[in-house]
Write a protein that binds this ligand. Structure first.
Ligand code: URA
Length: 434
């Protein structure tokens, strides 16, 4: 078999056989197929797509390109949640403890942020001392003892995705439903959970810009997971504007702490309650979503969810005094308020612009080698549907950088303010059950 023939076959719009897909992925993971041939194949897939069988085989070949975790020593139904990426998305920090406080076992492997999207691992690392490198017995012991751990993916898990994702990032091949589905599901399946909840984001700040493509991506992932015996469901959530008010690592941790105290932003809490109630049903800790929601509300009002977060931070070496006194987090040296130039209603608040601007302020990385300024980011004061007066605060930029006039202008331009009334956007757009 020759890789060039497979690239031509896909380029001409034909389906690849299972054997051909495995030849590509095995060869690429072993370094026998070069980057340039793999990227040509990925580009052919961007244009020609893949059928369900091809996506399923691609997922399986990627999953088995490295270590596959066995979590059978852990008690209970292990539930995991994965978001396809967003701006201000601190859901895992709030949802993990909420669901664990209701008795579910949350053994979560998370990723780092890249480009305009943030990553849960970076956010956790803004807590001094916090380690995300917990593997093997230590991970198992923590999950069995407190029911919750959030760790980084090990180097041995799905190595094919690591190589392919790095290549996709620099070859314009990220936005492809088959490639995203196989990338996400290979990691979720290899990480050994029994049940998976996918949060498929849709809108300006997400990979999926419209409902049709988000629905298609969600359905294909749900089918792959269920076909392989994992209870897999999905929520489609809005990413037209950022989630919550804070964007940037320690700023988001502070907002997550507020949320765990019951003072979270409406959209973030709604996403956590809906996702959490599905996860509790999947974990057999609730009879239905209503029952799940009641339990989650109780976990917030009683302080049990906050306690779970504290236990997790302590178990992973983090300094809990920052969680108890969030005012201890270092604050950026420059705090710049941005004011409205006209009166009206916020019609748009472009999540992509806000995410890119936060990254440029120092809060994110353009390449995986960049270091992050944990205190940098943006705190919104106005969101879609809000009324603003001329001269009123729209948002505040936090940075340690100089020469940021262009960035501040981009942030202001992320807002579209019009005279006519604007409606607040619902965060949950659709739920896809089994
Ligand atoms: N998240 C992933 O893990 N992979 C993708 O391809 C896109 C989002």
């Amino acid at each position: 078999m020759r890789m060039v023939d497979l690239i031509i076959k896909k380029r001409e719009g034909h389906a690849l056989s299972d054997e051909e897909i495995r030849f590509w992925i095995d060869g690429y993971a072993k370094g026998e197929i070069p980057d340039y041939q793999s990227s040509a194949m990925q580009m052919a897939i961007v244009f020609r797509g893949m059928n369900k069988r091809e996506v399923s085989t691609l997922t399986d070949a990627m999953e088995h390109s490295g270590e596959v975790l066995d979590l059978s020593n852990l008690k209970g139904v292990k539930v995991d949640k994965h978001s396809t990426g967003g701006v201000g998305d601190k859901t895992s920090l709030v949802l993990g403890p909420m669901v664990a406080a209701c008795g579910a076992t949350v053994a979560k492997l998370s990723g780092r942020g890249l480009g305009h999207t943030g990553g849960t691992l970076d956010k956790l690392e803004s807590i001094p001392g916090m380690s995300i490198n917990i593997e093997g017995k230590r991970f198992e012991e923590q999950v069995n003892r407190i029911g919750l751990a959030i760790a980084g993916q090990t180097a041995h898990l799905v190595p094919a995705d690591k190589k392919m994702y790095a290549l996709r990032d620099v070859t314009g091949t990220v936005e492809s439903i088959p490639l995203i589905a196989a990338s996400v599901m290979s990691k979720k399946l290899a990480s050994g959970c029994d049940a998976i909840l996918l949060d498929v984001t849709v809108g300006e700040g997400a990979f999926m810009k419209n409902m049709e493509s988000a629905r298609e991506l969600a359905k294909i992932m749900v089918d792959i997971g269920n076909g392989l015996g994992r209870d897999t469901r999905a929520v489609l959530s809005d990413m037209g504007e950022p989630l919550g008010y804070a964007v940037g690592n320690s700023l988001e941790v502070k907002e997550a702490i507020e949320a765990l105290h019951g003072r979270g932003p409406k959209d973030l809490m709604e996403l956590c309650y809906t996702s959490g109630s599905i996860m509790l049903v999947q974990a057999k800790c609730a009879i239905d979503m209503n029952d799940g929601r009641k339990k989650l509300e109780e976990a917030i009002s009683s302080g049990a969810a906050f306690e779970k977060f504290l236990l997790m931070v302590e178990a992973q070496g983090g300094d809990t005094s920052y969680i108890l006194h969030p005012e201890k987090f270092p604050v950026a040296s420059r705090i710049i308020p941005i004011y409205a130039e006209e009166e009206g209603y916020v019609h748009k608040l472009n999540a992509l612009e806000i995410g890119v601007s936060s990254m440029k302020l120092g809060g994110g990385r353009e390449t995986l080698e960049d270091t992050i300024d944990m205190s940098a980011g943006i705190v919104l004061n106005k969101k879609i549907g809000d009324h603003v007066n001329k001269g009123e605060l729209l948002c505040t930029a936090y940075t340690n950088k100089e020469d940021i006039d262009d960035i501040l202008l981009d942030i202001k331009n992320a807002y579209v303010i019009k005279e006519e009334f604007a409606l607040e956007q619902p965060v949950i757009k659709e739920i896809i059950q089994k």
